[in-house]
Design a binder for this molecule. Structure first.
Ligand code: ZN
Ligand code: ZN
Length: 116
């Protein structure tokens, strides 16, 4: 059984989305990171958001990106409605888990990348 979220917190603080997993693991995803990993076809074609260098002053009036809401899609995925109007990204639970940015998961990923 792959782990599934038992608790999803949209605003877990520090502009992160928090997920508690059924195996006891906790993940905290910065919004921009999550948005840049949007799995929809449109975003896959675009350059990743995080690689667009933003120089100079921040644009006035532009609110920081955040999820307006999130809905469960069946029992396997989460659909996130972003404040920039984008909502076609459906993040499956295994995909979300594979994105977990915590040090333990990052290390695991590096190990499995090296062995494949
Ligand atoms: Zn997208
Ligand atoms: Zn993790």
């Amino acid at each position: 059984m792959p782990p599934t979220p038992t608790k999803i917190k949209l605003a877990a603080g520090n502009n992160t989305l928090g997920i508690h997993w059924s195996d006891g693991h906790e993940s905290a995803y910065p919004y921009r990171y999550l948005r840049s990993k949007c799995p929809c076809a449109t975003c896959e074609e675009e350059a990743p958001v995080e690689e667009q260098a933003v120089g100079g002053l921040p644009i006035l009036g532009q609110k920081p990106l955040h999820p307006e809401r999130a809905e469960l899609v069946g029992r396997y995925a989460l659909q996130i409605y972003w404040s920039d109007g984008h909502s076609s990204g459906i993040y499956s639970f295994p995909y979300l888990r594979s994105l977990c940015p915590c040090p333990a998961c990052t290390t695991l990923r590096e190990v499995s990348d090296a062995s494949s």
